[in-house]
Structure formats: C-alpha cells, structure tokens
Write a protein that binds this ligand. Structure first.
Ligand SMILES: Cc1cc2nc3c(=O)[nH]c(=O)nc-3n(C[C@H](O)[C@H](O)[C@H](O)COP(=O)(O)OP(=O)(O)OC[C@H]3O[C@@H](n4cnc5c(N)ncnc54)[C@H](O)[C@@H]3O)c2cc1C
Length: 436
C-alpha cells in the first residue's frame, strides 16, 4: 500500500492535519487502532485559536451548533467553617477581554468534534481512513500495521505520528521525553447540570479543587482534585463519598451528582507534563500528545494537538506543492516547539498552585488570581496566552503587581502589536505567510 502522507492515530490532532492535507488534494491515509469511539473522556474545552482554525476548515458553524459557549471562568476560593464551606474570594477570568472576534471558548464533546473533522475529511477523494488498524513498527522505511488480522506494509513520503501520549513512533525514533508527575490526580465525569450553570467555575479550598465546565444539552464536565493514591480508598468507601465531595463545594449539585450511580462511571486522570526535545526526524514527525503532554488545569492539550495539526498541515501542503526538500519539516518544530513550551509552562505553574507546598498557602493563590483579574494588562496577557491567539510574556513588573507589591495599573497600554500570532508567524516558511 502507498500514500503520500500516513497519519498514525485518528485523534483530534491526526484528523486536523489529515483534513488540511485532504483539502490540498494530497493523498493522506489515517490509521486508527480503536474499533469504535474511545470510551475514555478527553479534552472538551476549545480555546479561541482552535475555534479560528476550525473556522478556516469550514467547521465553525457545525462546531458552535454542537458546543456550549464559555465567556468566563469564575475562580472561587472557599474555606471550611463549622463543617460548611464559605466563599472567601471570587474572581472572573474573562475571554471577552480579548480584542479579537474569537473572544470566547467552547465546550464540545470530544467524540463529536472528532466526528465533525472526520465527516469533513471524508468529503475529499484523496482522504482514506482505515479503522481498526494498528501501527506496530517501521521496517525498511515502511510502516508495519495490523489490518484485518493481517500484517500490511504502508509506504509513504511522510509519516505523521499522532498516536497520543504513549507513542510507539516516538520510541522508534528514539526521541526521549522526561515525564514530570504531580502529587495529585483528578476524578472526571459528566452529568446533568442546573440550567443556570452556564459559565465555567473553578472552586478551590486549601485541600482540593472542583472544576465545572458546562457542556451542551444541560450537561457539565467536572474535574475534582484528589491526592495521589487516594482513589482506591475513596472507591472502597462507596459512591456517597463522591456525592459528599461535590455537594460540600457546590451544594447546587447535590441532586445532580446522584445521576452517577457507581464508581465505574468516574474516570481517574493522572496528569503528566513533558515536551519532546525533537519533533522531526527525517520524514517522520510527531505531534499532539505524542510530542508533548500538558497538565489539564489550563485545558490546553486538545488545543495544542489541533494547533500542531494546523501548522504541520499547512507546511506539508506547501512542501508537496512546491517540491521542497523534506528538511523544511523543521519549520514545524521551529514554530510549534516554543509556543508549546510557553503553554506547558503556563499550565505547570497553574498546577503548582494546587501542589505541595504551595497549596498550603491558599491566601497567596487567592490574592494572585484576584490581582491578575483586576489588573487589565495582566488579565489580557493571561487570557491571550491561554487562548493560543498570541503570546505576551509577563514582565517582572507584572509579577510584582500579581503578588500585590505594586498597585493595580489604571489605563495600561494594551496595544497587542507584535503579540498576536498572524499568518506570517504561523506559517513563516514563505514570504507573506500562508502557502496557498
Ligand atoms: C480526562 C481528560 C481530560 C482532558 N481535558 C482536556 C481539556 O479540557 N482541554 C484540552 O484541551 N485537553 C484536555 N485533555 C487532553 C486532550 O484530550 C489531549 O491532549 C488530546 O486528545 C490529544 O490529541 P491527540 O490527537 O494528540 O491524541 P489522542 O487524542 O490521544 O489520539 C490518539 C489516537 O491515536 C490512536 N492510536 C494510538 N496508538 C495507535 C497505534 N499504534 N496505531 C493506530 N492508532 C493508534 C488512539 O486510539 C487515539 O485515537 C484531556 C485529556 C484527558 C484524558
């Protein structure tokens, strides 16, 4: 079997790059090892840059119809007093502060997003999707895959590895990653929500954290922080422990949480942080979770995969159209690696606020978040950096404002000039940007 580009893994990242290539008329084949939909929960929060990319792929209307718009995420700090949790601080991180048409995020069921990408890709004659088919190894510069209980070799000009965190291709390329693990894990599950729970909420106490992110159809995705190793003990105590944990932090959920009948419905999520030192070797490229993994606190993993797919897809279209040398694949790493590095750092810092020893200083966390949302410049930088639309580094002065050593600025200069990503910076391999 032969194709121009073989994409290993039909997750959001693999499907984004494949759709970009199919739109350019390039022969692209995606192999996906699962028989049907993934049973595991995965990312559902689309950041503004990903929405922009989906608009470019003609999918914005469908994605918005299947999603729930998020304008703000309320950050609520609570403290226990006489066995009841009282609110001691509340701030709002608001996407609307962004001076962009993409000044909102979107919650969409992960499998629905994949279905929309796949449906769109299938409209193109040069797109092939093979499921189930599992990549096993490289042999004589061909991919060896299991297909209908037979071993088949697939020849390709370029191999894109988008198989997620446990990438076999990354191992075959001998690219090393140094995994950072955290002292906490998460429980995650979705269930029906109160109708008035329309925006995101992050509720923190000195010991835990509950994230609530509304989905369409009156559902809510929830994430609850537990100490590493606590999962087994909680399960043994029965499902009532889960009900109590949620209800004491957000009493409005007391009845809703009972839709979850057993621990089997609840997924344990173990956060890991790594960034491969190399994304490209000869004609093999890694992307998405295969190249980097991010702590889920900032809701970025799926977005990084989509954004990798966008840049890599655009570059491959240009390389193939222009008959450029495959050494140009380095452009993908050049554009994406520093951006991924910044997002990983942002997520890691948010995660540390909930890790020891910092979680024992909740007042510092409360103050830092409050200062950040009150100071327009800091707030803008935070939302811009999380959005993926640009990058504006925080200065030492900003940090001083954040910890309260310097006052909140009135009327700060907010020119985004040079801080927003543009076609020229997203696709810099050809003068004028986009290679079309
Ligand atoms: C519980 C949970 C919550 C999350 N929440 C968020 C969030 O709110 N926001 C966010 O942005 N991100 C979130 N993430 C992260 C996000 O889901 C991932 O970063 C994203 O799915 C990565 O996309 P990907 O395409 O790189 O990899 P994946 O989604 O992992 O897709 C890889 C695909 O490759 C297939 N595959 C693997 N090996 C092979 C093989 N050998 N042959 C063929 N196919 C193979 C797999 O079956 C899979 O379909 C979350 C993750 C989890 C687990």
């Amino acid at each position: 079997m032969k194709t121009q580009v073989l994409v290993i893994g039909g997750g959001v990242g693999g499907l984004t790059v494949a759709l970009k290539l199919a739109r350019c008329g390039i022969d692209v084949c995606v192999i996906e090892m699962l028989k049907g939909n993934a049973a595991m929960y995965k990312g559902e929060l689309l950041q503004p840059k990903s929405i922009q990319i989906l608009q470019d792929l003609n999918l914005k209307k469908q994605v918005e119809a299947a999603g729930h718009k998020i304008n703000e995420i309320q950050v609520i700090e609570k403290r226990e007093k006489n066995t009841v949790y009282e609110t001691i601080g509340c701030s709002s991180m608001n996407y609307n502060i962004l001076n962009s048409p993409f000044d909102y995020a979107l919650m969409i069921p992960h499998e629905k997003l994949k279905a929309l990408l796949l449906e769109e890709a299938k409209k193109h004659a040069s797109f092939t999707y093979i499921q189930p088919s599992r990549f096993k190894a490289f042999r004589n510069e061909k991919a060896v895959v299991d297909l209908e209980e037979k071993e088949v070799e697939i020849e390709a000009d370029v191999f894109v590895a988008a198989e997620g965190r446990k990438s076999k291709t990354r191992e075959a390329m001998n690219i090393k990653v140094k995994e950072h693990k955290y002292d906490h894990h998460f429980l995650t599950v979705s269930f029906p929500r109160p109708e008035d729970l329309k925006e995101g909420k992050m509720i923190s106490t000195p010991h835990t954290f509950l994230g609530l992110f509304p989905l369409p159809n009156n559902m809510v995705r929830t994430v609850y922080l537990i100490p590493q190793g606590a999962y087994k003990g909680m399960k043994e105590k029965g499902i009532s422990v889960f009900y109590e944990a949620y209800s004491e932090l957000y009493p409005e959920l007391a009845d809703y949480v009972k839709h979850i009948k057993s621990w089997r419905e609840i997924q344990l999520m173990i956060p890991v942080h790594f960034n491969a030192d190399q994304y490209v070797k000869d004609n093999v490229v890694i992307m998405g979770d295969a190249a980097h993994s991010v702590h889920p606190m900032a809701g970025e993993g799926m977005n990084l995969a989509i954004q990798d797919g966008d840049v890599l897809g655009e570059l491959l279209c240009w390389i193939i159209r222009e008959h450029a040398d495959l050494s140009c694949l380095k452009w993908y790493e050049k554009v994406r690696k520093p951006r991924v590095h910044h997002v990983l750092h942002l997520s890691h810092m948010s995660a540390l606020a909930y890790s020891s020893p910092f979680r024992y200083f909740p007042n510092v966390r409360k103050k830092a978040i409050r200062q950040m949302t009150l100071d327009e410049k800091l707030h803008t930088k935070q939302m811009l950096n999380a959005s993926g639309l640009g990058f504006w580094k925080e200065s030492i002065f900003d940090r001083m404002v954040q910890i309260g050593l310097f006052p909140i600025r009135s009327n700060p200069s907010l020119s985004y000039n040079g801080y927003m990503f543009t076609e020229e910076t997203d696709y810099p391999w050809e003068e004028g940007g986009r290679a079309r």
